[in-house]
Ligand binder design. Sequence first.
Ligand code: HEC
Ligand code: HEC
Ligand code: HEC
Ligand code: HEC
Ligand code: HEC
Ligand code: HEC
Ligand code: HEC
Ligand code: HEC
Ligand code: HEC
Ligand code: HEC
Length: 329
Amino acid sequence: MDTKHSTQAGWRHIALMAIGAVLACMGLCTPAAAQTTALASARSAAVTIGEKACIGCHGQENTHFTETLHAKAFRANPRNERERLVCESCHGPGSLHAKNTKDKSLTIGFTKNWGTPVEQQNESCLGCHQGGNRLHWPGSTHAGNQLGCADCHNPMQKVSTNSLLARSTINETCARCHQQQRAEFNKRSHMPLPEGKMSCVDCHNPHGSVTKPLLKADSTNTVCYACHAEKRGPMLWEHAPVRESCTNCHSPHGSNHDKLLVASRPQLCQQCHSPSVGHPGQFYRGDQTAAAGQVLGGVTSQRVVGRSCQNCHSQIHGSNHPAGARFQR
Ligand code: HEC
Ligand code: HEC
Ligand code: HEC
Ligand code: HEC
Ligand code: HEC
Ligand code: HEC
Ligand code: HEC
Ligand code: HEC
Ligand code: HEC
Ligand code: HEC
């Protein structure tokens, strides 16, 4: 075959396609869209060349890739023609790239430096992974912030036990960008996520969700009921803020107050229950706390100790006792 000739013909074709795409876009598309179209059409002239050709130059990458689920599935048990292509099922037809490895527009790259637009990268993966957990990927916070599948997944290497993650665990994968939430789990009171018994995806779906912020179920409370079923009710006597949202009183990621509470007691309760006259506002004024009692010589209320208001109102999540209207039993 006259490679020189076909390369030049290929190049002319690409140049024309690219110019055509830019012209077609003039006045209609944003510059970014014009560029994206040009990149896609540069590749459209390419044909598949098979994995042997790729491995010839990318032997090192292939060594690691061989251990992954994709490699095993595509090689041992391909379900269709696209899977049979192996490398090119994700990276796209490679004939032009193999001839000119310097032009980055000629293959779909998933690393930051390669510069393939994120939409095109994701399109490649979604071609096989649309729907299911990814039903709400389009329009999700992560998609809107230009995340690529490859920000959390590395299909070239088996770094994690499951799900081809970019880091060894789910929590590590999220922590790359969400340092603050990860740090909150180090507070005094927290659910056992740092201990490895839970992960971010117990409550969130990183691929998108109809419930903000990327929650796995249709409300915050439904997320919590999955593991704290006893709080679901219905109760004979409901405590309104509990039904509304667990986050009225609890910080899901962690807190320096007991039991993940958003404030210490009695202030927690007094945020909502603080009439200026009578119970419960007056039982617990600032000068009646244990600390104020010592410093200011005030009178420490016996009722501030321990569980405070809950010394009497113990059934704070609601009561099933006929006489439990005040959550005392
Ligand atoms: C003639 C050798 C050669 C062949 C054949 C070849 N490549 Fe490449 N490939 C390269 C070189 C060289 C680079 C550039 C590396 C760089 O600049 O970092 C590259 C880069 C890439 C990249 C971008 C890497 C990144 O940084 O994100 C991908 C993806 C890729 N090749 C996939 C393939 C696939 C798939 C095939 C088979 C269809 C293939 N290559 C065939 C030599 C080759
Ligand atoms: C399931 C999709 C998929 C398949 C199949 C696949 N790749 Fe990749 N490839 C990726 C992704 C995603 C990345 C980016 C990984 C990262 O973030 O480092 C990548 C990265 C690369 C790179 C850049 C260097 C690196 O390792 O990060 C090269 C080169 C490459 N792939 C070549 C190949 C070759 C050769 C094959 C076949 C033997 C292949 N790929 C099969 C998705 C795939
Ligand atoms: C040609 C179809 C195809 C393409 C393209 C493809 N995959 Fe897959 N993927 C599969 C198949 C087949 C499996 C095996 C499991 C299954 O049957 O769903 C799989 C499995 C996975 C898994 C689960 C791995 C595990 O250990 O549980 C992840 C994560 C994944 N793919 C991510 C990606 C990402 C990210 C991309 C794009 C870079 C991608 N896939 C591109 C077909 C594809
Ligand atoms: C923000 C991080 C993140 C991004 C971005 C992301 N994923 Fe995932 N993905 C995960 C995590 C974490 C898991 C493991 C979930 C689990 O174990 O329940 C996973 C699991 C998967 C799985 C296997 C289990 C399943 O849900 O079927 C596939 C397939 C998958 N992702 C594909 C994709 C594709 C395709 C994209 C891009 C459109 C993508 N992911 C983007 C974090 C991410
Ligand atoms: C590559 C960086 C990156 C990674 C990795 C990442 N995220 Fe995000 N995430 C973002 C960005 C950017 C936003 C939007 C800005 C913000 O709220 O900080 C976001 C927002 C979120 C939100 C808030 C959504 C909303 O609607 O307000 C949640 C929840 C979230 N991510 C969970 C996760 C989980 C769980 C993982 C791990 C599976 C993960 N993220 C991994 C970058 C990342
Ligand atoms: C026990 C369930 C649960 C777990 C586990 C969890 N989250 Fe959340 N997360 C939530 C809830 C509920 C909200 C909404 C909080 C609100 O409305 O005040 C939230 C909010 C967020 C937000 C939005 C900003 C913020 O901080 O409110 C981000 C980002 C986030 N989570 C990331 C993560 C990451 C990363 C992990 C893993 C380290 C994680 N979450 C683990 C339940 C959880
Ligand atoms: C995947 C399961 C799971 C989900 C979902 C979950 N939790 Fe938990 N939660 C736990 C486990 C495990 C513990 C520790 C129990 C223990 O140590 O006995 C715990 C403990 C707690 C505690 C007590 C903390 C302490 O210091 O004793 C509170 C409060 C709590 N969770 C609130 C919530 C809220 C609010 C939600 C919803 C945003 C939620 N949980 C969702 C598993 C879960
Ligand atoms: C009105 C404030 C408030 C709301 C709303 C609330 N809690 Fe609590 N929760 C508390 C207080 C106060 C404690 C500490 C109880 C104690 O010390 O006996 C607690 C303790 C807990 C505990 C640990 C001890 C136990 O009783 O099992 C769990 C788990 C818990 N809450 C889950 C939830 C869930 C799930 C929701 C949402 C359905 C929720 N909470 C809503 C105030 C609240
Ligand atoms: C986010 C606001 C909020 C917080 C925090 C809160 N409550 Fe409530 N509480 C309410 C609302 C609203 C009602 C229903 C009032 C009504 O029906 O008139 C209620 C009802 C009650 C009742 C029954 C009173 C009645 O009139 O039926 C008691 C007792 C009570 N709360 C105690 C507490 C205690 C103790 C705490 C702290 C552990 C607490 N609450 C925290 C909002 C809150
Ligand atoms: C020593 C026990 C005790 C303590 C401590 C206590 N309460 Fe009460 N609370 C009661 C009793 C008794 C009632 C009246 C019950 C009835 O009328 O059925 C009541 C009634 C209430 C009511 C219903 C409204 C009202 O004024 O009748 C609310 C709300 C309430 N308490 C909140 C609180 C809060 C918030 C705290 C902590 C700041 C607290 N209580 C501490 C015993 C206590």
